[in-house]
Design a protein around this ligand. Structure first.
Ligand code: CFM
Length: 546
């Protein structure tokens, strides 16, 4: 697909983005800035170390493990072993909502648990303090599970959080205690933390409860973290359609649900980056296939529901899916018809973590808007180019740091839900079974794809393209808005949402309409408009000294 809007020459843009960098940096960055061609997808350099000093938007391994994957499950006590800052600055910042079934049900999400390490613990070791903290949490709450998260100093001084967890688990008898070696430095970004979290959840939680789950069409929702209530909308739709959600990993989830998740018959994956490991491991051990879906966008939601119905191959379910789509469609249509004339032809840029930069393009497409540039902060090549490139990805020293679990089929519980032939037939029908085609296939030709976008590059891109909206997070928000471009936060949703499903699509259309058509942005002069007496002297790279 060619973009039907006039966009700057991407070759020149790339040149301009790297021009001011020192030669070595320019060479490295050039590999992460590519010009898209959905037919012949070019290679993107991704999941490599950030150039020091470049101002990245990435987070750390601890953030990916504790904040992203484990954080949204409400009845695990998550104890951060480390200095208080690591816990405090990760406290309630991700907007993952949860809804306990009764007022008596456990919900530890509002709490901030930390061992509050001091200098003395760094010098003499912190294991004793950790065990006291675990004991205190157990005495106060009697939780089903306690998870321990290692921060950087814990790894440096060598506290054995796993031994402490084992000891306390044995001591309590009725509380599952386990640890994560997810020190911030474990990988090049939070992506390493996702992998570590997947391993830990798989080892210590999945498969602990073999009670057969009830329901005819049973699935797990993987990689949906209920930001702004996204999972609630998906749950509403599943219920209407008659699909049983056994467990969600991990938005609005519970320990019991995850422990029983291996009794489902399908795993659907939303955020491929953060949880594809779980899909693969559950397939190998229990025989549950996984399928990539997307509930961001009304059309994508309808498509994903149809794929799920196709997977189960049940005519009644297929009919129910069609009935629900027909019932939901009019309210979506009414809003989009009103808004589309105002948003059509506008442009967007999306630079978000590891999956939203892809999925939200569907919503913009529904608004008639073109994504002219996009990229992830920390995703891997497969999230850009599709999983076909997996065998070609070089495993570097940083990736080798993270344990790859050796999983084999469970002698008793392995039960392939579909035969090889059935899976092949489903793939023929276009279902992404154990696969993901990545972001670039969907983007227009000559759009720009940039991995781990730097602060300077984002300012340059805005200066050159002047997009109608820039999507990123709080770290970029006010800098971008001072340039006269509205910024939509796609991590926290600017405190709005949900944006999934049908109701979420309506919310998003309205929010974007309000932003891109707000006259206030024209009143702000961007730096390149005021510099050089308004003659547009352009931006200078402030940190480059050569
Ligand atoms: Fe997956 Fe996420 Fe994302 Fe992510 Fe994240 Fe997030 Fe994200 Mo912020 S799990 S990769 S590590 S969809 S916290 S809910 S919004 S960067 S694009």
């Amino acid at each position: 697909m060619e973009a039907n809007i006039i966009i700057p020459d991407p070759v020149q843009v790339r040149e301009e983005l790297i021009q001011k960098y020192p030669a070595k940096v320019a060479k490295k960055r050039a590999k992460s800035i590519v010009i898209n061609d959905p037919e012949i997808i070019p290679e993107v350099q991704a999941n490599v170390r950030t150039v020091p000093g470049i101002i990245t938007q990435r987070g750390c391994s601890y953030a990916g493990c504790k904040g992203v994957v484990l954080g949204p499950t409400r009845d695990i006590v998550n104890i951060v072993h480390g200095p208080i800052g690591c816990s405090f600055y990760a406290w309630l910042t991700r907007r993952n909502q949860t809804k306990p079934e009764t007022l008596m049900d456990a919900n530890y999400i509002p709490y901030c648990f930390s061992t509050d390490m001091q200098e003395e613990n760094i010098v003499f070791g912190g294991e004793k303090k950790l065990k006291i903290a675990i004991q205190e949490a157990y005495d106060l709450f009697h939780p089903k599970s306690i998870a321990i998260f290692s921060t950087c100093p814990v790894g440096l001084i060598g506290d054995d959080v796993h031994a402490a967890a084992r000891e306390m688990k044995e001591k309590f008898g009725d509380c599952n205690v386990f640890g994560f070696s997810c020190e911030g430095y474990r990988g090049v970004s939070q992506s390493a933390g996702h992998h570590i979290a997947n391993n830990g959840v798989f080892k210590h939680m999945v498969g602990r409860d073999n009670t057969p789950s009830e329901g005819k069409f049973k699935l797990n929702l993987l990689g949906e973290y209920n930001i702004g209530g996204d999972a609630f909308e998906i749950e509403r739709i599943f219920e209407k359609v008659g699909i049983t959600l056994v467990a969600s990993f991990s938005g609005n989830s519970t320990v019991a649900a995850i422990e029983n998740s291996h009794t489902a018959d399908l795993n659907v994956i939303l955020c491929h980056r953060s949880i594809n490991y779980m899909g693969d491991m559950m397939e190998t051990k229990y025989g549950i296939p996984w399928m990539k879906v997307n509930f961001v966008g009304a059309e994508s939601t309808a498509k994903s529901l149809r794929k799920i119905a196709e997977y189960f191959g049940d005519e009644e379910l297929k009919a129910r899916v069609e009935a629900v789509i027909a019932e939901e469609a009019p309210k979506v249509k009414a809003v989009i018809e009103e808004i589309l004339p105002r948003t059509k032809g506008k442009t967007a840029m999306l630079f978000v973590g590891g999956s939203r930069a892809h999925h939200y393009q569907d919503l913009f497409a529904e608004l008639g808007m073109t994504t002219v540039a996009a990229g992830y902060e920390f995703a891997h090549r497969d999230d850009y180019e599709g999983r076909e490139v997996l065998p070609k990805i070089k495993v570097d020293a940083d990736s080798k740091n993270i344990e790859e679990l050796k999983i084999v089929a469970d002698p008793e519980l392995y039960n392939p839900r579909k035969t090889e032939a059935e899976l092949e037939a489903l793939k023929e029908k276009g279902l992404e079974i154990n696969g993901y085609e990545g972001m670039m296939k969907q983007m227009t030709k000559k759009s720009l794809v940039v991995d781990d976008l730097s602060h300077y590059e984002s300012e340059k891109l805005i200066e050159i393209y002047k997009p109608d909206i820039f999507c990123a997070g709080i770290k970029e928000k006010y800098v971008v808005q001072k340039m006269g471009i509205p910024l939509k936060q796609l991590h926290s949703y600017d405190y709005g949402g949900p944006y999934t499903g049908f109701e979420g699509a309506v919310n998003f259309y309205k929010d974007i309409d309000r932003m891109v058509n707000n006259p206030v942005w024209k009143l702000i002069k961007a730096p390149w408009e005021t510099a050089g007496n308004g003659k547009g002297a352009g931006l200078a790279a402030s940190y480059v000294t050569q």
